[in-house]
Design a protein around this ligand. Structure first.
Ligand code: ADP
Length: 232
């Protein structure tokens, strides 16, 4: 018998409003379980970034509850929230956000800066993470010596080096050509097969359709939550 995997993220009736009567999220409930690979998909202005910020604990909801890695975000101070984020969530951004003057190993090692790991071990784990994203041959390259796809793989290694409960990827192929984008998506599939829980935020329907679960946003609400049948 298999048990239901643990929830990594649970949003219940989450709203997020801004001044001027802007309702970016209007009662969003969703559960992401360990081992899932899903897309949050929708057109511009549908609330995806707001959902990403709430799930990533970068922003607090106006109302409703948010649990990440078992913690109730509403009950945590900003300092505890930063710790939760550093330990349990890995972020990947459209434009990579790598430090320009630092090589791949040091960029990835920075992903462990707040985990209290000594420098030597940070670098060793960074090298292992770069091998995992198939960049073992680019360890001493700086971002300006890497292609876009390689930069994104360094960013993914940085997000993964601390073994987070959740990888949040915000338009991870948005700045890449088609071939590099496909390579990055293949990598996300590989990482998911070895157990990483991954949530991809995208406006691109083709990318969403390539993932096993799609949560569709429109005007701050979830309009569909669909899963593909497993192909064996
Ligand atoms: P998406 O990522 O799908 O493009 P967003 O989450 O960025 O959508 O935006 C959802 C809605 O909330 C939009 O109408 C947007 O203008 C508004 N919004 C987002 N962030 C803010 C903010 N900081 N202040 C005011 N309005 C915002």
């Amino acid at each position: 018998m298999t048990s239901t995997p643990t929830p990594v993220v649970e949003l219940r009736d989450v709203t997020k409003s801004y001044e001027g009567d802007v309702h970016a999220l209007r009662g969003v409930s969703l559960t992401v379980r360990e081992g899932e690979l899903l897309a949050i998909v929708g057109p511009s202005g549908s609330g995806k970034s707001t959902a990403l910020n709430v799930i990533g604990t970068l922003d607090r909801p106006t109302s409703g509850t948010v649990h990440v890695a078992g913690y109730d975000v509403n009950t945590l101070s900003d300092a505890r929230l930063s710790t939760l984020r550093a330990r349990h969530i890995g972020f990947v951004f459209q434009h990579f956000h790598l430090a320009p003057g630092r090589d791949a190993v040091d960029n990835v090692a920075d992903g462990l800066l707040y985990a209290g790991v000594p420098l030597g071990e940070r670098r060793a784990r960074a090298r292992a993470a770069l091998e995992r994203v198939r960049l073992g041959h680019r360890l001493s390259h700086r971002p300006d010596q890497l292609s876009g796809g390689e930069k994104q793989r360094v960013a993914i290694a940085r997000a993964l080096v601390g073994e987070p409960a959740l990888l949040l990827a915000d338009e991870p192929t948005g700045a890449l050509d088609t071939a590099s984008g496909e390579m990055v998506m293949d990598l996300l599939h590989d990482l998911n097969r070895t157990g990483t829980t991954i949530c991809v935020i995208t406006h691109d329907n083709d990318i969403a359709e390539s993932l096993p679960r799609r949560i569709r946003f429109r005007d701050g609400e979830i309009t569909a939550d669909s899963r593909s049948r497993k192909v064996s």
